[in-house]
Design a protein around this ligand. Sequence first.
Ligand SMILES: [Zn+2]
Length: 418
Amino acid sequence: MKICVIALIFALILAISSASRINYSGNLVLRAIPETPEQLEFLRDWESASSIDFWILPAAVKQFADIRINAESYANVTQLLAERNISHKILIVDLGQLNKKEQQNIALRRALYNGNKAIDVENYHTYEEVMAYLTDLANTNPIVSLKTGGTSEEGRDIVQAIISSDLSANKPVHFFDCNIHSREWITGATCIWIIDQITSGYGSDPEITALVDQYDWKFIPIANPDGYAYTWSTDRNWRKTRIVNNGSACIGVDVNRNFLAGFGGTGSSGDPCSNTFRGNVAFSEKESSALRDLIAADRGRVKTAVSMHSYSQMFLSAYGYTTDLPPEYPEMFRAMEIAVGALTATYGTKYTYGNTAVTIYIASGVTTDHYYENEGIVHSYTIELRDSGTYGFQLPPDQIVPTAIETWNGLKAMINAI
Ligand SMILES: [Zn+2]
């Protein structure tokens, strides 16, 4: 009876809160596969010069690019592709249905949660809920403290959770940024689950205890708070920040193109309407500046720096902005091989791995290159988490735990090996 009432209340909250949300009913996600350099070039130009929503950016010949479109533009888009002989298939038939199902799944899990933590770490949560969880954790667990790296454009705190058994020891650091792209909800959820694993396992789980005794762990669960809040309030599909761009009606900067490492190059756009809009200069954004300062504060101590993204199941190293390989690439490759080996051994989830520019596409101004090139962190990686396109960014909450477990297994194996 109690559960029924709670479920009803959540259904009501859901109905009210979803009233102002963008309805993606009838939207499709297409998967296009360029077979020639010309076809690839066409897709890239299209992405860079328009507001069309690529879920997976055009990367290389024979590699898929995923494109979200509304029902009305289906005929035009498919004709455009057909004119250039680019084959495609429909990946998601109705995004609106998927959004609705996601909200229902989240509400149902909330109604059923009866744990004693501030949030259910196996579910998705709003920015405020995640902050409440972190504050509670810092207040109740002596190894947890919080650091605010700055505020977002709209004034939200960019919070780093620090797990350390002895801050004065200045131990080597493992650094994580999550949800820099706001719609990639699984990334923040994975970071929160790992925070929970470490904090609840310290002192009882010998492996975790050793990892905390040896290292400091630092997580930024929501690196783009404004974008993230917007994905909950208005547009589930939002990727960028929420800054108003001078002289343009289009909102937002892609934080992961705003770093000073090959800034302005291929794989980023100068068009404010593009989803990969880099901003006018490197570190023009409060969000990228906060990340820059947070990682710089531990200069010389950061052993690994991991940027969590989704989706497409990839483990990627520097460089992103050039196909040149860094001198330490053999060591990076060895670490990635070990990580992916342990990750895949968990549930069989297949990952590709390697240098970003060679393995997927040239992307300029990204965190991983900044961490490597300007902070000197050899083990700097971007992980593209689950899935490979069935749900895309709407990965159901019941996949949070398996995703987090396999990722954590991969990371632990890698950390133990480097
Ligand atoms: Zn991303």
